[in-house]
Design a protein around this ligand. Structure first.
Ligand code: C2O
Ligand code: CU
Length: 485
């Protein structure tokens, strides 16, 4: 519940701002979009790379010529990129220098519970640290770090706690996709500022976050050569759903989604991303002459009340000049893992307190309880989950930890092609939507969460625990004996 949670006290004084910054006073396309720095390991030993990350406050230049106090990984906003390879372990020590506890989750990763960064597995503030181990025993995927401390993640993520983790493997490396400086991760998010240039955070603020950031800069430009570029797009916004297009309406290719490459590239004129989702796209700028300016636009918003004219623009591409390009996007990218046949069916309904009295949000009628196991799963089981957004007005989405799932059906229609025909860990649900997902729960036993990835909604209770274990009998016996967990 929202009301009694003392943890919701703003971690940085900020709510008492005088006036919002008028977004029309921010010069558009006045600063270059940076490419996030690749973090170097502190050491490589055998088959493991070790990293040290400090979770700390820092000043960032988000608005041209002004500084904003933000939360960061190692001082960068957004955080740096870790580049990992399947089969090679990554160990990260996260030291929390903030004044609030954090829990660093690697979104989309297949990891033991102890390294998942679950909502209650906190790193103490002011110098506490925790070591997370990422086995990387999963195929290539575009993953990302964010805070998951329950009831605080909405604010700490908003204040900057996100970073990128690109996991590659032989399947991806064998392809000759655009690489090096032609392969650019872009974190997209919105924000709201006061007139002193500081971030303004309010819970469930879908009306006033009217400044759009790409890699931590408000409305930047990015210089491109006239050739193919691969962009890995991450929606790290708390609440915003994007529908992205090029301003000339031209097509580009979508080559991947949350859990890596699609089977084959799709020619698209737009991609949609709900909070937490990723899209891997290739834009071929060779069709443009030097000097062309092109804008990546958002034709949303999906949450009502946003000023479309301001958030409609995201970033400007400036074509500099001709370039050689030996990269190719082949017509076959990868083979998806076999689906397997499901033995268990479950359903999940997302809803909210329609009276508005509590601010509670539910999965199957319950708000999140860290100590309650909502779903018991037999280790190794393949299951079909039917997830329904029972809310008449509010878009939600659904994210499952530990697994990459497949979307079998959307609103009764089988998904046999398109951007959802791939490995996913987060799926959008417009009001009334129903999706059928299939996942296999293997690799680790333990307790993990599923939740709406609108961070504010997770904080308001739209989250549940599932436990994967080799025998589900012991726990049900315990319950019959009255040992309530
Ligand atoms: Cu991206 Cu449970 O999180
Ligand atoms: Cu939601």
């Amino acid at each position: 519940a929202l009301g009694g949670a003392g943890l919701l006290v703003p971690a940085v004084a900020g709510s008492a701002h005088a006036t919002d910054l008028d977004p029309t006073t921010i010069p558009q396309f006045a600063q270059a979009m940076p490419v996030p720095e690749v973090l170097q390991p502190v050491c490589d030993l055998g088959t493991t790379s070790y990293y040290d990350i400090s979770v700390e406050e820092a000043d960032a230049e988000i608005l041209p010529g002004r500084t904003t106090r933000v939360y960061t990984f190692n001082g960068s906003f957004p955080g740096p990129v870790i580049k990992a390879v399947s089969g090679r372990r990554v160990v990260v020590r996260q030291t929390n220098q903030l004044s609030v506890p954090t829990s660093i989750h690697l979104h989309g990763a297949h990891v033991p519970q102890s390294s998942d960064g679950s909502p209650g597995d906190l790193i103490a503030p002011q110098g506490g640290s925790k070591i997370y181990t990422y086995p990387n025993e999963q195929p290539h995927a575009n993953l990302w770090f964010h805070d998951h401390a329950h009831h605080q993640e909405s604010e700490t993520v908003y204040r900057g706690l996100t970073a990128t983790y690109l996991l590659t493997d032989d399947v991806e490396q064998r392809l000759n996709l655009p690489s090096g400086r032609y392969d650019v991760p872009i974190s997209l998010r919105d924000a709201r500022f006061d007139d002193s240039g500081q971030l303004v955070y309010e819970m469930v603020d879908f009306k006033s976050r009217n400044v759009q950031l790409a890699n931590g800069k408000a409305w930047p430009y990015f210089e491109v050569e006239a050739r193919k570029y691969r962009f890995r797009l991450f929606n790290t916004s708390n609440m915003r759903f994007y529908t992205l297009q090029l301003s000339d309406g031209s097509s580009f290719q979508q080559i991947g989604t949350d859990g890596g490459l699609l089977e084959k590239p799709l020619d698209v004129t737009s991609v949609s991303l709900s909070p937490g989702e990723r899209a891997d796209i290739v834009i071929d700028f060779s069709r443009y002459t030097a000097g062309t300016k092109l804008i990546l636009t958002n034709t949303g918003p999906i949450f009502p009340g946003n000023p479309v004219d301001q958030v409609g623009r995201i970033l400007q591409f400036r074509v500099t000049g001709p370039a050689t390009d030996t990269s190719v996007v082949p017509s076959a990218l990868r083979t998806l893992p076999a689906l397997g046949s499901a033995t268990v069916n479950r359903s999940f309904v997302l809803s909210i307190d329609e009276t508005g009295a509590t601010g509670d949000m539910y999965i199957n009628g319950k708000t999140y309880d860290m100590d309650r196991i909502d779903t018991e799963i037999e280790y190794g089981a393949t299951e079909i989950w039917t997830v329904h957004n029972g809310d008449a007005y509010t878009p939600h989405n659904f994210h499952i930890h530990l697994v990459q799932f497949r979307v079998l059906e959307r609103n009764g229609q089988p998904v046999t092609s398109g951007p959802e025909y791939g490995l996913k860990d987060t799926v959008a649900l417009m009001p009334g939507d129903t999706v059928k997902l299939q996942a296999t729960f293997t690799g680790y036993e333990g307790t993990y969460v599923y939740h709406c990835h609108v961070f504010d909604h997770a904080a308001m209770g739209m989250m549940g625990n599932f436990r994967v274990s080799r025998s589900t009998t012991s726990s049900s016996t315990l319950r019959r004996q009255g040992h309530r967990r």
